[in-house]
Ligand binder design. Structure first.
Ligand code: GLU
Length: 474
């Protein structure tokens, strides 16, 4: 038997790829890469009513965007139902399972009795040892696991440590429903086995399932994979993660202007640590990732930390890569800003030229795009309130006064425009800011922007002079 590591990410396609799922996928991916193994992707689509193609697409897109590639073809759980049924039949044949003919009424009565006595519902095993010849006519049976009655079921969990269940507390779970459909619990076990999974890494909301699954593995005589159940993510206030806290789909993070590398870096630190290191390249995280450094208490989602990390990645990214990343989010962000996707070659050039100034101040691609407003704005510029405040009558007069000096410049670049503006400020005995701020307002429509002489260089002579004349004339 090969000893190479196989992990899997097994999302249920009932919604988008949310942030907790993305972290689970990342941990599985890192673990597989760390040990030279493979990460498989299994779509758990057995719930036919809640599984949708839209959700499957969102999960695959989200993983691709995050750079979490899986090995081999996507495995669809529902397509393997025959194989799951076959496993249930084999358990019947080996005596590890039995047909149960308890009627819905009987099960309801069992549930009510349990409730009245204040104990959890457990199937009482009434068909466990009954002769099948006693089967009532017309009742379609379910197949149940003949679970051990005493002793313990133990999971040595890579994160939670040794977790022990008393078998007397675990009842005979259903493997195959009366309509012949396998249960989720059976499907997971058969799939994990057939896929050769050696290490399960998933949220600790599945910890109790692990006991059930362990019993099925044992009954089938299969070796169970190692298990690691990671604490769920909580909001900054310690409460369960909700939308308000950031429980959004990965696609929402993309449209908020986060870079995949920054989100990966943020997610890896959500529950896992490596000394006090906060910033990890992908290679660094692969080299350092392990299960024993996953904490046992829930990690807290912190938007401010994600933003800061994203700002760091933006400042470190190549200008052309940022322009490409902006272009990729234009389908979502462009329409309200009047920018088409893909962006025009002219805008691409201007954005690339402006990027050194833009990226120093933005934490997200949305910030960059908003600070780049001046590149795409049409004349005459719509000024925001602060910019209007900077362009009072006196300021407009100053702009009118400096215009001839700018018009006369033989070369137009950041250095020459700066020289002209400084010379003018000196001769007029005004501070540089008193002329630079109105210039900025007239050229960008905003009170803050990248350095104004960079703006002038990027916009070019004609556009700058045009925008200044628009304000002087008005
Ligand atoms: N399909 C389950 C989920 O989305 C995961 C099951 C597993 O990892 O075993 O929560």
């Amino acid at each position: 038997m090969s000893s190479s590591v196989v992990t899997r990410f097994a999302p249920s396609p009932t919604g988008y790829l949310h942030i907790g799922g993305a972290r689970t996928a990342l941990f599985n991916w890192l673990y597989a890469r760390r040990f030279g193994g493979r990460m498989l992707l299994r779509i758990e689509d057995t719930d036919r009513e809640r599984s949708t193609q839209g959700a499957i697409d969102a999960i695959l897109d989200g993983m691709r965007w995050l750079g979490l590639d899986w090995d081999g073809d996507v495995i669809y759980q529902y397509a393997r139902a025959d194989r799951h049924r076959e496993a249930a039949e084999s358990l019947l044949a080996s005596g590890h399972a039995y047909r149960c003919y308890a009627t819905p009424e009987e099960l309801t009565a069992m549930r009510e009795a349990a409730r009245a006595e204040g104990r959890p519902l457990r199937y009482d095993g009434r068909w466990r040892d009954r002769d099948p010849s006693e089967a009532p006519a017309g009742v379609k049976p379910v197949i149940r696991l003949r679970a051990p009655l005493d002793g313990e079921t133990v999971v040595e969990d890579g994160v939670q440590g040794r977790v022990v269940w008393q078998n007397k507390d675990l009842d005979d779970l259903v493997l195959l429903r009366s309509d012949g459909n396998p249960t989720y619990m059976l499907a997971v076990v058969v799939d994990d086995h057939d896929m050769g999974v050696t290490q399960v890494i998933r949220g600790d909301d599945h910890l109790t399932n692990a006991a059930r699954q362990r019993q099925i593995f044992d009954a089938l005589g299969w070796e169970a994979p190692a298990m690691a159940h990671i604490p769920l993510i909580h909001g900054a206030d310690g409460a369960k993660l909700s939308k308000r806290h950031g429980a959004l789909g990965v696609d929402a993070y993309r449209d908020l202007g986060y870079l995949p590398a920054a989100l990966r870096n943020y997610l890896v630190r959500l529950g896992w640590s490596h000394g006090d290191q906060e910033v990890f390249s992908t290679d660094e995280m692969v080299a350092a990732f392990d299960l024993k450094s996953i904490g046992r208490s829930p990690a807290r989602f912190d938007f401010a930390k994600l933003e800061n990390l994203n700002g760091l990645y933006i400042r470190g990214a190549a200008d052309a890569d940022l322009v490409a990343a902006i272009d990729a989010v234009l389908p979502a962000l462009g329409p309200e800003r009047g920018i088409a996707h893909p962006m025009s070659p002219d805008l691409r050039d201007k954005l690339t030229a402006a990027m050194p100034g833009l990226k120093e101040r933005g934490k997200t691609l949305v910030d960059l795009l908003d600070s780049a407003y001046y590149l795409t704005a049409a004349r005459p510029l719509a000024l925001d309130e602060k910019a209007r405040g900077l362009l009072g009558p006196e300021a407009r007069e100053r702009l009118a006064a400096i215009l001839p000096a700018l018009e006369a410049l033989p070369d137009w670049n950041a250095a020459t425009t700066e020289g002209a503006v400084r010379a003018f400020a000196e001769s007029a005995s005004v501070k540089l800011g008193q002329i630079a701020q109105p210039l900025r307002a007239a050229l960008t429509g905003r009170a803050t922007s990248p350095p104004v002489f960079d703006v002038m260089a990027v916009l070019g002579r004609d556009e700058c002079l045009g925008r200044l004349r628009d304000q002087i004339g008005g």
